[in-house]
Design a protein around this ligand. Structure first.
Ligand code: IMP
Ligand code: MG
Length: 179
């Protein structure tokens, strides 16, 4: 198999090793914070597939995993602020300790909406873990418990994240060449 980076990728932002290392560190924090608790991980499809797979395998004991699919983007790469549930959870959140697992916070609008929507279902606790966070989410003061990496305002792909449904399978995270 070719190990070359595709032509549309400008540069590797985070290597497979860097991701593995940081995900382990975040898992250790989650293990410490939720020791003895029943934890429900809620992944946001499809971007969170890799972080969910790698994080959950480093967690102690048994955790439950459920998924939501939401659509926040209209055409192009900018958040519309309008969120639609494409697939809802199968799990009742009442009294549960819930940790939302996200790939990247850009504007944070999707997450802000998601938190409000899930909070209404009366979980015992509701926190957010995101692998990546961009500057706008910091400016918008989105309240996140665990952040993997703060990155610049690049459009990134790989490790679950896509551009027009491509590149999710990359083992690293790369910045796309300016479109
Ligand atoms: P937000 O609502 O602006 O925070 O964007 C939320 C979602 O947009 C993220 O969970 C991603 O699925 C997607 N997204 C934002 N930035 C990127 C990117 O750089 N690459 C791939 N997907 C992105
Ligand atoms: Mg996402």
């Amino acid at each position: 198999m070719s190990t070359e980076t595709p032509a549309e990728i400008d540069r590797v932002l985070l290597s497979e090793e860097q991701l593995k290392q940081r995900v382990s560190e975040m898992a250790a924090q989650v293990n410490a914070d939720y020791a003895g608790e029943d934890l429900l991980l809620v992944g946001v499809l499809k971007g969170a597939m890799m972080i969910m797979a790698d994080l959950s395998r480093e967690l102690d004991g048994s955790v439950e995993i459920d998924w939501m699919a939401v659509s926040s983007y209209g055409a192009g790469n900018t958040s519309s602020g309008v969120v639609r549930i494409l697939k809802d959870l199968d799990t009742n959140l009442d009294g549960r300790h819930v940790l939302i697992v996200e790939d990247v916070l850009d504007s944070g609008l999707t997450l802000r909406w998601l938190v409000r929507s899930l909070q209404a279902r009366q979980p015992a606790s509701l926190e957010i873990l995101t692998l990546l966070r961009k500057p706008e989410a910091v400016r918008n003061k989105v309240d996140v418990r665990y952040v993997g990496f703060d990155i610049e305002n690049d459009f990134v792909v790989g490790y679950g994240m896509d551009h027009n449904q491509h590149y999710r399978n990359l083992r690293y995270i790369g910045a796309l060449k300016p479109l």
